[in-house]
Design a protein around this ligand. Structure first.
Ligand code: HPA
Length: 276
C-alpha cells in the first residue's frame, strides 16, 4: 500500500476514535476567516498536530484545528486553517486532510480563501464565488503513483466547481443580501506577493483573483470524489493595480472586516446545502 494511502487510513481511524460524527460538508477557512468556526457549539476539536501524518502548520494566524460538529442540522467538519504549498511541503502533503475527510465520509467541500483582486471591477471586501481556477503553481498534487482506490489517474476537471453547489451559493447570497461576485481564481505559489507583470499576465489569460492556496485542494478533492465549491474574499487589489505596496496585514484586516457578511453567506449556504 502507498505510504500516503496508509497515512490517510491512519488519520481517518484516529479521528473516528474521537467522534462518531460523519461530516457531510467540509468547510476550509482561509486567511482571516477562521472566526466562523466559533459558530459551532458542542463540537469535537482536534489540533492538526495531534492527528498522525498531518504536517505542522507554520502560518501564525491559522489556528490549525479540525472542528467536527453540526450547523443548521448539517454535520460539518471545519478546517480552521490550512496548509500552503509555500510552507515547504509537497502538494501531496498539504492535501492529506482533504483525503482524510473524504475517507470519513464527507461529500461536499467548500473552500474559502483570501485573494487579491485582478478583475478591475472588484473592490477590497468583495466576496467572489470561484467559477473555475488556473493552476499556476507549476505542479500537481496528483503527480506520482496513483492509488486506484482513491481516484482515477486522469480525473476530469471540466466541472471542478459543482453546478448545484454554485446554485446553492447564489441562492445563499440572495437570501443573505451579499453581493456575490464570480470569477476565476489563479494560484501563484507565493509566499511573495506577485509582481505587477505577473498580475497583468493573469488578467490576460482570464484570471479574476490571485491567491496562494485552494487549487491543490480542489484537484485532490475532485480526484477523491468530492463535490466542490469555493468562496474567495478579495482582501486587496492585486499588485500594480493601486499605487501602494501589498501587505499580509491588509489581507487579514480586510478579511476581518467582512467576517459578518462571510458568516451570513456561509450560514445561508449550509441551509441550502441541506437539500442539495
Ligand atoms: N496575491 C496572492 N495571494 C493573496 C493576495 C494577493 O494579492 N491577497 C490575499 N492573498
Amino acid at each position: 500500500m502507498s505510504t500516503q494511502y496508509q497515512q490517510v487510513k491512519q488519520a481517518a481511524a484516529y479521528i473516528r476514535e474521537r467522534t462518531s460524527l460523519v461530516p457531510k460538508v467540509v468547510l476550509v477557512l482561509g486567511s482571516g476567516l477562521g472566526d466562523y468556526a466559533d459558530r459551532m457549539q458542542q463540537a469535537q476539536v482536534i489540533s492538526y498536530e495531534q492527528i498522525p501524518g498531518f504536517p505542522i502548520s507554520t502560518v501564525k494566524e491559522h489556528k490549525a484545528k479540525l472542528i467536527l460538529g453540526t450547523l443548521f442540522d448539517v454535520p460539518v467538519a471545519i478546517m480552521q486553517g490550512r496548509y500552503h504549498y509555500y510552507e515547504g511541503y509537497t502538494q501531496q502533503q498539504i492535501t492529506l486532510p482533504i483525503r482524510v475527510l473524504r475517507a470519513l465520509g464527507a461529500e461536499i467541500l467548500c473552500l474559502t480563501n483570501a485573494s487579491g483582486g485582478i478583475n478591475l471591477s472588484f473592490e477590497p471586501g468583495d466576496l467572489m464565488m470561484i467559477d473555475d481556477h488556473i493552476n499556476f503553481s507549476g505542479v500537481s498534487p496528483l503527480i506520482g503513483e496513483n492509488v486506484e482506490e482513491q481516484g482515477l489517474r486522469f480525473p476530469d476537471m471540466s466541472m471542478a466547481y459543482d453546478k448545484t453547489l454554485k446554485q446553492c451559493l447564489l441562492r445563499a447570497a440572495e437570501k443573505s443580501g451579499v453581493d456575490l461576485k464570480r470569477g476565476v481564481y489563479m494560484m501563484y505559489t507565493g509566499p511573495q506577493f506577485e509582481t505587477p507583470a505577473e498580475i497583468r499576465f493573469g488578467r490576460a489569460i482570464g484570471a479574476d483573483a490571485a491567491g496562494m492556496s485552494t487549487v491543490p485542494e480542489v484537484i485532490v478533492g475532485r480526484h477523491c470524489g468530492f463535490r466542490i465549491c469555493g468562496v474567495s474574499c478579495i482582501t486587496n487589489m492585486a499588485a500594480g493595480i493601486l499605487d501602494q505596496p501589498l501587505s499580509h496585514i491588509e489581507v487579514t484586516e480586510t478579511a476581518l472586516k467582512v467576517k459578518d457578511q462571510f458568516a451570513a453567506l456561509i450560514d445561508a449556504f449550509l441551509r441550502e446545502v441541506k437539500e442539495a
